[in-house]
Design a protein around this ligand. Structure first.
Ligand SMILES: Nc1nc2c(c(=O)[nH]1)N[C@H]1C(S)=C(S)[C@@H](COP(=O)(O)O)O[C@H]1N2
Ligand SMILES: [Mo]
Length: 252
């Protein structure tokens, strides 16, 4: 018969349960063991969730780009006089406002956004309504803009205020800081090698590639850092979240 050294020490030399090692104590106590197993599983799941949130979305080759990329939702923001005036002048006077919980509120013209480091990516857009299209997007990482503004410690959400509305309700969207600092989260001013077209959200739209189409805010006028989504429109964190109960986290 094989007797382990540990058993010999525990049982043989001094005999008492008092001298069981830490591991033996855990093994001997079923409640403690099950608690630790559960804590371990919880930690593992949390870890897996985080790792998957940080994973990159698939990128495609130019040959895989969709010949037609349809537009959806609002296809202009003509109801908004400020946006309409800017559009008349090809957005030469446009300035992206960045404010809320930031150290340095900003007003960035397109020339400043173009002068930042750029990321270009060919990704697939998936709309909840059941269509997809592959397109190429270019713009500065949202992280670069947020770092220019300097988030204050209380900031937890980034809100995108859009120029367009449905009836009288403005379109808006929001993401958390995991998505905001994801390397593929960009403020696109170009699509398929040209300036972003009006129907796709000119002059600036969000690409947050791990989420569904309705999170890809078009016609962005202002970016706001907030501690909570409560008190903002319906509190759901986005136009469709408020209007139709769409999920706030629309992961794909
Ligand atoms: N400002 C604004 N952003 C928006 C929408 C909108 O109506 N207004 N529609 C959303 C939806 S449901 C989709 S599928 C995509 C469509 O983007 P596209 O028009 O470039 O295809 O934009 C999203 N972002
Ligand atoms: Mo959509």
């Amino acid at each position: 018969m094989i007797v382990s050294r540990r058993k010999l020490i525990g049982a043989g030399t001094l005999g008492g349960g008092l001298l069981l090692t830490g591991c033996d104590k855990i093994n001997a106590d079923p409640t403690l063991r099950s608690m630790l197993t559960k804590a371990g599983a919880l930690h593992e799941n949390a870890q897996r969730l985080l790792v998957s949130r940080q994973a990159l979305a698939q990128e495609f080759t130019p040959a895989e780009m969709s010949p037609v990329f349809r537009s959806n939702g609002n296809i202009d923001a003509d109801d908004n006089d400020e946006w309409a005036d800017l559009a008349d002048d090809d957005f030469a006077q446009y300035q992206l406002k960045v404010d809320g919980l930031v150290r340095r509120p900003l007003a960035l013209p397109l020339t400043a956004l173009r002068a930042l480091p750029q990321r270009r990516q060919i990704t697939r857009h998936d709309c909840v309504e059941g269509w997809s299209a592959i397109g190429q997007w270019q713009g500065p990482p949202l992280a670069a803009v947020l770092n220019l503004a300097g988030l204050l410690p209380a900031a937890r959400y980034i809100i995108f205020h859009c120029a367009d509305r449905f009836d009288t309700t403005p379109y808006y969207e929001s993401i958390d800081l995991i998505d905001a600092f994801h390397p593929q989260t960009i403020l696109a001013h170009m699509m398929n090698g040209a300036a972003l077209a009006i129907e796709h959200g000119a002059p600036l739209r969000l690409r947050v590639e791990r989420q569904l189409g309705y999170k890809q805010a078009k016609y962005i006028m202002r970016i706001e850092a907030r501690a909570t989504l409560a008190g903002l429109y319906g509190g759901g964190g986005g136009y469709w979240e408020d209007a139709a109960g769409y999920e706030w986290y629309a992961g794909i």
